[in-house]
Design a protein around this ligand. Structure first.
Ligand SMILES: *Cc1c(COP(=O)(O)O)cnc(C)c1O
Length: 371
């Protein structure tokens, strides 16, 4: 089976892990934590990094530090990984779902303003599958309405918006280092911000809210969302290869593009877009099956699997999931894209022959439907 996403781990990772173990610092003290925070924030052109135990805890930490609380509303795209919405609920606030843009599948900025209420406190743009959101308009709306912007960049390490790294544009940004993300620490995450006070608040909340001067004294209720030195050791090694990983992802996207463009020209499928103002890292190469193709996604995915090609359907539109269930006619684009989209194998370990094989199988499936 050609895997959908597989981490590339090697000698450097092993060397750092060994060093961390030999140092005795296996919990959340030790040299690799600061090194990883410094190096990753520098890579993203942001001043401060605060490591966390996951991308989910990074989002919850950022929202908590910004004071999101019961009664507040937070704007979230309807098409994203569930953690984006769940972390709003962890704060006892309410996610307000916004439709996505039909061209590039991220938060549609044109549809934000109509859903802002006096209770709205923040927007979480998600750079879905590696493609950046249209941040200029989002920041403008946020400024006009006095809202925080928390970038969910869990799928977009190194993606760029008009030449700027995503994650360096909002008030704070959140990353994940889960095994299938661009770089991994096993489980892990990070919040980035240029605001020193906010960074300090996040560090405080990450560590139970314990007073820095007075041990075991707590002025607030915090969490244990710390990353371990072992995880950070992995991250430091992974980060030295991030440019290589990103180039490979873009190369893979190009191989798919070359192999599938004629199907796209016939409007049978839609290829993952890259807007003029965007540099996508193509975290997971994705396509949409168009109605004209005449095959259900379920059958398409099953046939790929039968040919040894792992795959994933797109995330469900969140307003269709039981905890968030509501009928909402303003979320039709998310529903449509969610029902037609799929992710193809995108591991950095893949070679051109693998992608050629996948393209060949996709064409075979299409030919068979047409017969
Ligand atoms: C992966 C992901 C997260 C959560 O990250 P974890 O490290 O798995 O907790 C949040 N948002 C998006 C968009 C993601 O893809």
């Amino acid at each position: 089976m050609i895997p959908i996403a597989e981490p590339l781990l090697g000698k450097d990772e092993l060397k750092n892990i060994k060093e961390a173990i030999e140092s005795g610092w296996v919990s959340s003290k030790g040299k690799f934590i600061k090194e990883f925070e410094d190096n990753f924030s520098k890579f993203c052109d942001v001043k401060f990094g605060v490591t966390t135990s996951s991308g989910t805890t990074a989002l919850h930490l950022a929202l908590s530090a910004l004071g999101i609380k019961s009664g507040d509303e937070v704007i979230v795209p309807d098409l994203t990984f569930i953690a984006t919405a769940n972390t709003v609920v962890y704060c006892n606030a309410k996610p307000t779902f916004i439709d996505v843009h039909p061209d590039y599948w991220c938060l549609d900025p044109e549809k934000i303003t109509e859903k802002i209420t006096p209770k709205t406190k923040a927007i979480i743009p998600v750079h879905l599958y590696g493609h950046p959101c249209d941040m200029d308009i989002i920041m403008e709306i946020a400024e006009e309405n006095n809202l925080y912007v928390i970038e969910d960049a869990a799928e977009a390490h190194g993606s760029e918006y008009k030449g700027k790294k995503v994650g360096s544009i909002g008030h704070v940004s959140c990353y994940s280092f889960f095994a299938n993300k661009v770089i991994t620490t096993g489980e892990g995450g990070m919040c980035l911000t240029d605001n020193e006070e906010l960074a300090e608040k996040m560090k405080l909340l990450r560590d139970h809210g314990m007073n820095h001067e007075k041990r075991y004294w707590y002025d607030i209720i915090g969490f244990n969302y710390r990353m371990t030195n072992l995880q950070a050791a992995l991250g430091v090694a992974q980060l030295t290869k991030i440019d290589k990983f990103i180039n490979k992802k873009r190369q893979i996207a190009n191989w798919y593009y070359k192999g599938l463009i004629d199907l796209a020209d016939q409007e049978l499928i839609t290829l993952q877009p890259e807007k003029k103002w965007a540099k996508s890292i193509y975290w997971m190469y994705s396509i949409l099956l168009n109605e004209k193709l005449g095959i259900s996604r379920e059958r398409f995915l099953e046939t790929l699997k039968n040919n040894g090609i792992d795959n994933r359907p797109f995330f469900y539109a969140i307003h269709l999931l039981p905890p968030y269930k509501c009928s909402n006619s303003t979320l039709m684009v998310a529903e449509d894209i969610s029902s037609r989209g799929l992710n193809l194998p995108s591991s950095t370990v893949l070679e051109e022959k693998d992608i050629k094989y996948i393209n060949k199988i996709i064409k075979k499936i299409v030919d068979e439907v047409k017969k």
